[in-house]
Ligand binder design. Sequence first.
Ligand SMILES: Cc1cc2nc3c(=O)[nH]c(=O)nc-3n(C[C@H](O)[C@H](O)[C@H](O)COP(=O)(O)O)c2cc1C
Length: 168
Amino acid sequence: MEFKKVVQYRQSIRAFKDEQIPDNFVSEILECGMKAPIGKGEYNRYTLLVLQGDKLKTFQKMLIAKTGHDETYNSPLLILVMAIILRPELDYQNTGCILENMCLEATNLTYGSTYLWSVARILQENKDLKNYLGIDENTTVLGGVTIGKPTDEYKFIDKEHKIKVIYQ
Ligand SMILES: Cc1cc2nc3c(=O)[nH]c(=O)nc-3n(C[C@H](O)[C@H](O)[C@H](O)COP(=O)(O)O)c2cc1C
């Protein structure tokens, strides 16, 4: 897809078809995450945790049991970014770069995605959920992305998001 279209088409998708994403597409999405800029080039401090299939389905049930809501929107793929936090500002900015690259590549492959802070927050507050994912107590989940085929026909929405610009 043309780059400008990828940026325009990327929108948060919160309803997914029950369809697994082929492994080669998952790999391409991960690869794009890994090509993100990272402060000080410290790529080896971050880990991407990939959840699919039964493991993810059980996690989604645990989220509903805990919060009354599946914050992953019942998607077939959830990718979490995690690290042992050393410099919080850099860690969260780096996470944003990784996740946005993955969202854009998902769009490029005609998948829908949503950047998730909620799951990271819930994992911080619930040791049992972290344990289920095998995440040790020193490691923090910094953010995540939920990805899948959107339930509705993928429509281009002109989002008109506006951020103030000052020229000097
Ligand atoms: C840092 C960050 C955290 C977000 N956390 C969530 C979240 O936890 N749950 C959710 O449904 N959407 C989340 N979003 C998605 C935003 O709500 C969404 O990107 C924004 O409303 C703009 O809509 P769009 O993505 O369709 O352009 C998050 C986005 C960002 C950048």
